[in-house]
Design a protein around this ligand. Structure first.
Ligand SMILES: Nc1nc2c(c(=O)[nH]1)N[C@H]1C(S)=C(S)[C@@H](COP(=O)(O)O)O[C@H]1N2
Ligand SMILES: [Mo]
Length: 332
């Protein structure tokens, strides 16, 4: 009975998996948990649909002597994406220095091109009859089946002595031991070689522009805060960070957003309201930051994913642009 409706269901599952996958990267607080769960359920739905899709592919290959290449490339990439997703969930890897999450995201991003090509060449037409009772019941059964499978897999992970996992799906790495916490860059950034004496922080807000040295920052009243760094690469670490709250030396009342920029050019913009939660950390676990972890000063942004925690902060400025006027994810 495999046919058009299988293809429609598969397309829907892949679209949901892609959307929630992108969305899961933005999740920093427990309210975003649904996004992460929906991502897993959609992935399992793809797997559950595969026996039917296999019949369709077989039929297609029998009919045409030349295989539909984009379709086969897509098949391969989806298979790799799903396998790597499962490997990440099970905390398997890294394999030859490459993490399961890196494989998962790379294969998924690459799959977008053949997916678009495949759907354009073999369009699935949606008919009104596709929304009939039978189809709705099947879609509900598929979702329920995938949901139950997700729950079972999660329970298996716990039973199988799996390490601590966060609501984002991340696995624990080096909590309270910054030496064991991975040094991670978003895409292409590299750990800079900073001469400590020459570094100065530039602050530009309604009060003008000024420069602060490490000594100035060390002289300021320091606070200590417990916060979890949760990288979209799939790991997290809880640490005790110390430093100066941004609100203590950045005036946000005259602007809309605060931009935190690294010596390397890597930058993130926050709504000025975030000033109350942001910390410019100098120390972690009672010792100065290592170069890899952002020395001499890095941002601590509780409740936000790791890519917001700008390392090697060089400039903090307040301006009038809307806070969303930036790529949703860094580009560097
Ligand atoms: N300047 C700069 N800061 C950055 C990044 C980067 O590439 N460049 N990567 C971010 C990402 S993706 C994460 S998860 C954390 C990792 O911090 P760590 O290397 O101290 O573990 O730093 C963030 N800060
Ligand atoms: Mo990250």
């Amino acid at each position: 009975m495999a046919g058009r409706r299988t293809n429609l269901a598969l397309l829907a599952a892949l679209v949901v998996a892609t959307g929630t996958g992108v969305g899961a990267f933005a999740v920093g607080t427990v309210t975003g948990r649904t996004m992460v769960v929906a991502h897993g359920v959609a992935g399992i739905a793809v797997v559950l649909l595969s026996p039917w899709k296999q019949q369709i592919v077989r039929r297609g290959l029998r009919r045409r002597r030349r295989a539909h290449r984009a379709g086969l490339v897509l098949l391969g990439l989806v298979a790799v994406t799903v396998a790597a997703g499962v490997a990440h969930a099970a905390d398997a890897g890294p394999f030859a220095g490459v993490t399961a999450m890196q494989v998962h995201v790379t294969a998924a991003v690459l799959a977008v091109i053949p997916a678009a090509w495949h759907v354009a060449r073999r369009p699935v037409r949606l008919r009104l009859a596709d929304l009939d009772r039978r189809a709705t019941v099947r879609a509900a059964a598929l979702t329920l089946g995938a949901g139950v499978a997700w729950r079972a897999a999660d329970a298996l992970y716990v039973l199988g002595d799996g390490g601590p996992r966060r609501f984002t799906g991340s696995h624990e790495r080096g909590s309270d031991a910054p030496d064991r916490m991975p040094v991670t860059q978003w895409l292409s950034d590299v750990v800079p070689d900073l001469a400590p004496g020459q570094w100065a922080l530039e602050v530009a807000d309604a009060d003008g522009v000024r420069r602060l040295s490490v000594r100035d920052l060390r002289a300021a009243p320091s606070v200590t805060r417990r916060a979890v760094l949760d990288c979209t690469g799939g790991w997290f670490a809880a640490q005790t960070w110390s430093g100066v709250p941004l609100a203590a030396f950045v005036a946000g009342d005259a602007g809309r957003r605060v931009v935190v920029t690294s010596t390397t050019g890597y930058a993130r913009a926050f709504p000025v309201e975030a000033l109350d939660h942001l910390l410019l950390a100098l120390d972690v676990a009672g010792a100065p930051l290592s170069p890899g972890h952002g020395a001499p000063a890095r941002l601590v942004a509780p409740g936000r994913r790791g890519f917001w925690w700008v390392k090697w902060v060089r400039r903090i400025s307040v301006d009038d642009l809307p806070p969303w006027a930036q790529p949703p994810f860094p580009v560097q």
